[in-house]
Design a binder for this molecule. Structure first.
Ligand code: TEU
Length: 571
């Protein structure tokens, strides 16, 4: 059977997310910068990634670490200059690396000149750039909750109206219904594309279109509720993205990746439809929400493997031929995945590799988050003074003050789930500040850098880092790993995450034991003679002769088409 899927460079690429503030500091001010990134381009090329996604490097007051932008058209001083950025682009392109920018246009900073103007009076020309409403019954215009706590509305005393902010009050939401707003955004995008950037990761793009009339969330008694489900399913978002494709995106060779928390599979099929009318791919978050609960993510629940497999299978199969997945285990908003789903102790190394195996062998464009390639762990934060993230700090105050969660428990939950876990400096070396900075880092360095760092792993063939490199080489060598269909196996098995990828006469089996026990997993490929061992994380594997997987063992095998017929979901 011939594979009819359209081939594009971004389907074959692997992304790498850089959180500039914590990647590499070239000028000893404790904050990572563009010249720091520049100094690590050879490393990234050597690693074998293709697309670099830079979290925001624009001017920002930094209430949400740059996701509150006060000027979209230049580089924030702490990150460097426009010349530095031009040099980075040039060098990266010279090495065959593409660079995509974070586009945060659901909201701006409250210090963006548009908002400063907008709030001056009800009849200011920028008033309608944002969403202003009168209060209702002496309170907020509706019952929406802000994602960083409190109501999604803040009263502006001087004009007597409330403005909408889905995140913090320092991040007012733009009014996408206003043609002038969309035109400004298109112009910003064109200016960056004309400078040579290769696309965008679009922050919370699923939330830009607010439902008409901004209705209350139903069935909520005297309380606030998360408005995302209501907002993310507004049909207008697709109008805006189609317009953006027509007016901007289609004129460039780029990749457009949407961050789409709260998205449904049906929505994703529209966002990433193969006709290319909207985005190229989206990040969905269903798998990241599996350890959530009543108090949002603040608990000690772990991601249940069976549910994780179900969710991944749903997205893998659900977008087959009708869309494209952006894959990730980690980003700057998530705790470290080895701590979350793997083993921090005895099986640290194997569990980091098993996660890499799953991520990089699934169908879609994978994004590796800085430090993931060396198996970085969560940070042992001890007290709130060490935290920098607005989300964790607000949650700490809110839940401990209301008495819902004790201080000790809240710190424990933040150690498990807080976003700062991903934001501690990149661990380059075992020396002072992990080689990140010669100054005082803006956030503490994880003490694990003594043991877990790039320098140590670069020279060791069996390191987590070397393993990532090998997986990336395999993706380049075997088309089946990019375009092959995904079929889940043994969905009910509580320990083994297994699936096949099939294309033409090739079938790849990926079998990963996510437990600390030896388990049996019968090899589903029939004639073992033709089977090639592509990669694994256990040099002493006996799997092919015993059907046994050792604790946290991953194996990847390549077989031929006749076996393909005999594979099905065995779970
Ligand atoms: O995140 C959007 C988002 O959905 C987050 O609220 C996520 O659910 C949360 O961080 C998990 O705890 C994007 C950015 O990635 C994030 O860093 C920003 O804070 C946020 O938008 C606002 O711009």
């Amino acid at each position: 059977m011939k594979n009819m899927e359209k081939h594009t460079w971004w389907k074959e690429a692997v992304g790498y997310q850089i959180y500039p503030k914590s990647f590499c500091d070239s000028n000893a001010d404790g904050v990572g910068d563009i010249n720091g990134i520049l100094s690590k381009l050879d490393y990234l090329k050597w690693l074998g990634v293709d697309i670099l996604w830079l979290s925001p490097v624009y001017p920002s007051p930094g209430f949400d670490n740059g996701y509150d932008i006060s000027d979209y058209d230049t580089i924030g001083e702490q990150y460097g200059s426009e010349e530095d950025f031009a040099a980075l682009l040039k060098e990266a392109h010279g090495l065959g690396l593409r660079v995509i920018m974070d586009l945060v246009v659901n909201h701006t900073s409250d210090l963006h000149p548009w908002f400063i103007e907008s709030r001056t009076s009800r009849d200011n020309s920028k008033r309608d750039f944002y969403i202003w409403r009168d209060g209702k019954n002496g309170g907020c215009p509706n019952n929406w909750k802000a994602l960083f706590g409190g109501p999604a509305w803040t009263l502006d005393e001087s004009s007597g109206q409330y403005y909408l902010h889905l995140f913090s009050s320092r991040q007012p939401d733009l009014n996408w219904e206003n043609d002038a707003v969309r035109e400004e955004i298109h112009a910003i995008m064109r200016r960056w594309l004309d400078k040579g950037v290769d696309g965008f990761r679009m922050d919370v793009i699923s939330l830009i279109a607010k439902p008409a009339g901004l209705p209350d969330i139903p069935n909520v008694q005297n309380d606030l509720a998360d408005p995302r489900a209501l907002i993310a399913n507004t049909p207008r978002v697709h109008d805006y993205l189609r317009e953006m494709r027509q007016k901007v995106l289609r004129h460039y060779d780029l990749v457009a990746v949407g961050e789409a928390s709260g998205v449904t599979l049906n929505e994703a099929r529209i966002y990433t439809a193969p006709d290319g009318s909207e985005l190229d791919m989206i990040f969905q978050f269903e798998h990241m929400d599996l350890d959530g609960g009543e108090t949002f993510k603040w608990n000690d629940k772990r991601i249940p493997l069976v549910q994780l497999k179900e969710v991944m299978a749903k997205w893998q199969q659900g977008l087959e031929g009708s869309g494209w997945n952006a894959l990730f285990w980690s980003n700057h908003d998530q705790p470290r995945m080895v701590s979350r789903l793997g083993d921090e102790g005895r099986y640290w190394e194997r569990s980091a590799k098993i996660l890499a195996t799953c991520l990089l062998m699934m169908k879609g464009t994978p994004f590796i988050y800085q430090g993931e390639e060396i198996g970085m762990l969560n940070m042992p934060f001890e007290n709130p003074d060490q935290l920098r993230d607005i989300e964790s700090l607000n949650a700490y105050t809110r839940y401990t003050q209301s008495g819902q969660i004790t201080k000790d428990d809240m710190m424990r939950y933040i150690r498990l789930k807080g976003r700062d876990n991903a934001r501690t400096p990149m661990q380059w070396e075992d020396t002072r500040n992990a080689g990140f900075s010669e100054g005082s880092p803006w956030i503490d360095v994880n003490p694990s850098h003594k043991r877990i760092n790039v320098n140590e792993q670069m020279v060791r063939d069996d390191s987590v880092l070397s393993y990532h490199r090998q997986l990336l080489v395999l993706r380049k060598q075997h088309e089946v790993l990019v375009y092959g269909r995904y079929d889940p196996l043994a969905l009910e098995d509580a320990a083994v995450f297994a699936f096949t990828r099939s294309l033409g006469d090739e079938v790849v089996l990926v079998a990963c034991n996510f437990s600390n026990q030896e388990v049996r997993f019968d090899m589903p490929l029939k004639s073992a003679a033709d089977i090639v061992h592509l990669i694994g994380n256990n040099a002493d594997s006996t799997y092919l002769s015993t059907n046994l997987l050792q604790p946290y063992e991953a194996v990847v095998l390549l077989g031929k088409s006749q076996e393909q017929q005999s594979i099905g979901t065995t779970g």
